[in-house]
Design a protein around this ligand. Sequence first.
Ligand code: ATP
Ligand code: MG
Length: 602
Amino acid sequence: MGQCYGKTIPTSENHGCTTTITVTDGGDRHSQTPPRNGTPSVKNTPSRSSAASSPWPSPYPFGVGDATPAGVSPSPSRSTPRRFFKRPFPPPSPAKHIRSSLRKLGAHGKKPPREGTIPEEAATTVAEGAEPIHNALDKNFGYNKNFGAKFELGKEVGRGHFGHTCYAKARRGELKDIPLAVKIISKAKMTTAISIEDVRREVKILKALSGHKHLVRYYDACEDANNVYIIMELCEGGELLDRILSKGGRYTEEEAKLIVVQILSVVSFCHLQGVVHRDLKPENFLFTSRNEDADMKLIDFGLSDFIKPDERLNDIVGSAYYVAPEVLHRSYSVEADIWSIGVITYILLCGSRPFWARTESGIFRSVLRADPNFEDMPWPSISPHAKDFVKRLLNKDYRKRMTAAQALTHPWLRSESHPIPFDILIYKLVNSYVHATPFKRAALKALSKALTEDELLYLRAQFMLLEPGDDGRVSLDNFRKALAYNATDAMQVSRVPDILHMMSPLAYRKLDFDEFCAAAISTYQLEALENWEQIAFTAFEHFEQEGNRVISVEELARELNVGQTAHYMLRDWMKSDGKLSLLGYTKFLHGLTLRSSNTRQR
Ligand code: ATP
Ligand code: MG
């Protein structure tokens, strides 16, 4: 098991803080901070990727501990990027995988860990939820065994926590003239069944999702006694992180938009397929070439997982600066990726991290409690749309965040030039609408009449993607076809199509655009809008005209699925005429939160 501990020291090079790393070995990717590279967390130094030139050389030099194939040489050195962040980029780790630290701190994600408590020595040896190391682990993946015969390895191009990546060439066959990259994951570091399963899942997800314009193309997976080899498209333009560094930390809004649209496009695709990436950060987006306008590709599905439509995950994984609050609270879904995109966008626009501290535990505390700074330079010169965009991704309440597809229709990004993808959220919302009571549906219909053009734009795009019939309505069949059209193999594992079975009441009716709007709006997301009060007021006026009726406290409690203890509170929601008041109406729309019992235990 590996564990990185950061100690802050000033250097003449960066006039600020850098991190020295002490590494102890182990290597469970899911639960520890793996030590494949001695510089995983240092970003204002020569890149983590440039193992050869690092001032913090790896304790596992290439080819020594990793059973690296012969002939592989370290990547070429890169010059030290100049420091640009107002808050210097490291300590301790922008890329550090965090679960082990939380466990060591005994926080279990419930309470924010105390700052400065990361120990300087000692390492945990057994991952939480993992069985102890034993010799009977089956490290046979069933991949091709003839890697050496099929491919020729070149220099290292990059290195992360779990693997290092090299140039490669196919010796023959259809890949012969295609520049390739091979991620090499050492079997010696797979010390638990979970870590083996993680690699299996990384390959499965990459293979299933391969084909999207902004996702690295998968070609093959091989194995031998020492390593697993993932053969993929070579991205020759380097990491987004390096471009941020070379630009001195700030993108213009127009430049940032080009980046963010690509990120949202690929992430919305992953989410539709039922895959949550869980490690979105600038290191995991690569450019296809050095050209200024090169396309970007998402890589590294090593921490990704399949997720069913109503499932919550509870394992704490990711990279500290980009981790969402609900991940630290151990109950999360795809919205956690959206938070990470918010962090990336914030960095692109202002060159600083929104949540920063000198220790990992301090970063977590900031993620959980602090509001990002939108006051200091350059924020006063950044457009209100851009600020609103970032704020709606960095909402601490995951239910209030925009989805990736919604974000693509936000006024900041709105343009004809990028397609709006299907949003799996629509399926979830329509599903709960068709199961809602007539009273709840009437409340939602009134709300839909108060929507502004901004919200309608997204809903219209989603409605059109369902290809309504000549009568301008959609049925279950439209939802089925749209899902089938967008499906990859990943969907079968994530059981996204199950949602269609739940929507079966729709088989006997059709939705026109007005009712579709009522079905597909999220009250939580609307509550996050600055003009929510106005929307609620207008909606209530519509509700008063059509929908509001005398309702007993008992009936209201049944509507909300709450017991007698709530009756006292519900009485406050009523007007003297026995109907819902404005307050009652907004509370009713919001619903009473019941604890989710659908968290997957690991
Ligand atoms: P992390 O520390 O983010 O978990 P990891 O060990 O899972 O990383 P990757 O992120 O997949 O490994 O790869 C590490 C680095 O190797 C990348 O950041 C990138 O610099 C380089 N790399 C990976 N895949 C490719 C590719 N297809 N083309 C070019 N370089 C690549
Ligand atoms: Mg990576």
